[in-house]
Design a protein around this ligand. Structure first.
Ligand code: PHE
Length: 475
């Protein structure tokens, strides 16, 4: 743009502030809760390799695209997309990408805050020593008791959202930046302490082997798709977050280098989380493929058996809460900025309204963990529609819709938009590269061809159309 735009919301004080905030968003339950268990379910190392491949080939390019759009537009996601589309002489309908992202981010936060609430409650449960010397069944019961108590769930969910609202109300530098500057280093130190502890368990090498010795025979087609979906999820792509955080990025900072650093730290944390968790799991004779209960049941069983388990366990959940919290604030920020821009509502009031809306929709997730567990669209309407969404309860359906459908669709549209719709001269300029630069060409080609094709395959699989056998991959 001939005239540089300025964000009315303020901006990060430095490149590092952006890196902390963006990794704060990227690093979360996805890294510490989800990555280890899906790696565990998919045989470990082969999955890890494929996942790294997708981070490099899809994650980083799309991340760069989002930051670029944000910094050029300097507004909330839909308005930023619309501004850069206008510059390219393209239809303002492209703003739909921004709206899609905002909606996906809203839905993700609605259930994310509930799960972050589990983690928060586990800080206290663990600190009380509830796991030490407790039988595995009783530890399983502690988790089920939490799931089936709406009041407890609502209490913790409200606390997470309340603090999120408080931080975001204080603004970009005083709220978000200050929080990530405190919590992210804290989280990282705690993670290193955990890895250090894992080294003393005697099963560290078993964990290393599990994560790093590739066994491709264990990799299935759906494992590959899960790796790609997770690469988008873990980098907070297509949820409005990275466009919004890009809008606060100072001019002159290299988007390519910064995005690579963000993706690198995010991946490092996921791997370190695996290195912290699996040795403890192995040392205590627990299976690695336990699924979603890995963190909330298997690990507590281990905490209950091992020396210093109460201390290590408490630190673990504090770390998880830090990680999840810096993600929650990122997910609400775009909604808040949007209300400030469109309606001229003050930031604190916008934060309150957004927080209330997220809290309210999150009640659906809370209820479907217990009383509404079996309530689905089909069971409510008496219809018999086949698509999985209609046979899932509120929580599963929201998670599926947002994570498996909206995020990949958004990432696909972002790639197309950046590489087919925007003018090369503009994207190159914003990335600070020349159009003939090899790195620029690589980015451009990936966004034009490779990323969209890969994402479409994942999307088709999610809606039940299986293209894997066509390209020679079974299940
Ligand atoms: N990246 C976050 C995590 O790994 C989750 C997230 C997904 C955040 C999508 C924003 C958007 O926990």
């Amino acid at each position: 743009m001939s005239e540089k735009r300025v964000s009315i919301h303020g901006q990060w004080s430095s490149r590092w502030a952006f890196i902390l905030a963006a990794t704060g968003s990227a690093v979360g339950l996805g890294n510490i809760w989800k990555f280890p268990y899906i790696a565990g379910e998919n045989g470990g190392s082969a999955f890890v390799l494929i996942y790294l491949f997708f981070i490099a080939l899809v994650g980083i390019p799309v991340l760069m695209g989002e930051v670029l759009i944000g910094r050029r537009g300097r507004l909330s996601p839909a308005a930023s997309v619309s501004a850069v589309a206008f510059e390219a002489g393209a239809s303002s309908l492209w703003a739909g990408i921004g709206w899609l992202g905002l909606t996906a981010g809203f839905l993700v936060l609605s259930f994310y805050a509930v799960i972050a609430g589990w983690a928060l409650s586990y800080v206290f449960v663990t600190a009380k020593g509830s796991f030490s010397g407790t039988s595995p069944e009783a530890i399983g019961d502690i988790f089920s008791a939490l799931q089936s108590s709406p009041l407890q769930l609502i209490f913790w969910q409200s606390l997470v959202i309340g603090v999120t609202v408080f931080v975001v109300a204080r603004g970009v530098q005083k709220g978000l930046e200050k929080t990530v500057t405190l919590l992210m280093p804290g989280m990282f130190v705690l993670l290193l302490v955990m890895v250090g502890y894992a080294m003393t368990t005697g099963s560290f090498m078993q964990g290393v082997e599990f994560l790093f010795t590739p066994d491709f025979s264990k990799l299935t087609g759906s494992g590959i798709l899960e790796a790609l979906g997770h690469a988008c999820f873990t980098l907070s792509l297509a949820s409005g977050v990275m466009i919004m955080y890009g809008a606060y990025l100072p001019d002159g900072v290299s988007i390519a280098r910064t995005s690579i650093v963000v993706a690198f730290i995010d991946t490092l944390v996921a791997l370190l989380a695996g290195l912290a968790i699996f040795p403890i799991v192995f040392a205590n004779g627990i299976a690695p493929g336990e699924g979603p209960g890995l963190i909330f049941v298997s690990l507590p069983i281990a905490f209950g058996q091992m020396p210093f388990g109460t201390l290590i366990g408490t630190l673990f959940f504090v770390m998880l809460v830090f990680a999840a919290f810096t993600t929650s604030i990122s997910l609400i920020e775009a909604l808040v900025a949007l209300m400030v821009e469109k309606r001229g509502i003050s930031r604190p009031r916008s934060a309150l309204i957004a927080g209330f809306a997220v809290w309210f929709v999150g009640l659906g997730t809370v209820m479907s963990l217990g009383v509404w567990e079996k309530v689905t669209f089909n069971s409510l309407t008496g219809l018999n529609w086949e698509f999985v969404l209609f046979n899932q309860n509120f929580f599963d359906a929201t998670a599926f819709l947002a994570t498996n459908l909206m995020l990949p669709l958004g990432a696909f549209l972002l790639a197309i938009f950046c590489a087919w719709v925007l003018r090369d001269q503009d994207t190159a300029q914003e990335l600070g590269m020349s159009e003939s630069n090899l790195a620029y060409k690589g980015w451009h080609w990936t966004m034009r061809v490779l990323a969209p094709i890969l994402i479409v395959i994942v999307l088709l699989h999610a809606v039940g159309l299986d293209v894997l056998p066509l390209i020679g991959l079974g299940h």
